[in-house]
Design a protein around this ligand. Structure first.
Ligand SMILES: [Zn+2]
Length: 195
């Protein structure tokens, strides 16, 4: 019973672990992955002892969640060999996500051309335009469309904004360094992302 008191009315954030399905089944505002029930959005936990379900009632005015197929802007937080973590900041409908949702980019979704190394596609600090592939966190992203990819990148040497010089190359106007990216056709044309 202690476990129920712990859960009831608890404030949770999207993706927070609530219980395992052996304890309660996923109800409204939750989802289950590999036997763990998680919150789909921010809110308060409700426990239904009769139905043995756990739900999350959304807080009023809670920011909307990224939706499948929506196009988002995010900032690259982590780049590993096979995947990158992108903090989702806003989407093309103008919905902002002040707390940021975590987006995951797998190397297979990075580009239409063959990619050996994610560092040829994106780097930490880049602003990217991506499309959401999943309905709940973690949000899987793709960059595999001409409009998708990096829209703003900074020089790894001096921090200046890089200029597009080819389909997948950018050059630093200050120090002359050349880097590779998977560029969106909108590279350099998007304003007001980093505010
Ligand atoms: Zn530079």
């Amino acid at each position: 019973m202690q476990r129920i008191d712990e859960l009831r009315n608890k404030d949770v954030l999207p993706g927070d672990e609530l219980c395992v399905i052996e304890e309660f089944l996923p109800g409204y505002g939750t989802f289950e992955k590999e036997g763990v029930v998680r919150a789909a959005w921010a809110g308060k936990v409700q426990v239904d002892m009769v139905a043995r379900t756990v739900s999350v009632l959304p807080i009023k005015g809670v920011p909307r969640l990224p939706e499948r197929n929506s196009v988002i802007y995010g900032v690259v937080a982590v780049v590993k060999d096979e995947f990158a973590i992108i903090k989702i900041l806003k989407d093309l409908r103008g919905v902002e996500y002040p707390s940021g949702f975590t987006g995951l980019l797998h190397i297979s979704q990075a580009s239409d051309r063959h990619v050996k190394d994610l560092y040829e596609v994106i780097r930490v600090g880049d602003i990217v335009k991506g499309k959401v592939l999943s309905d709940h966190p973690p949000y899987n992203l793709t960059l595999r469309e001409p409009r998708l990819g990096v829209v703003l990148a900074f020089c790894g040497e001096c921090g200046a904004i890089l200029k597009k010089t080819g389909p997948d190359t950018v050059k630093c106007p200050k120090c002359g360094r050349i880097e590779k990216r998977k560029l969106s056709v909108d590279y350099g044309k998007v304003k007001g992302i980093t505010t």
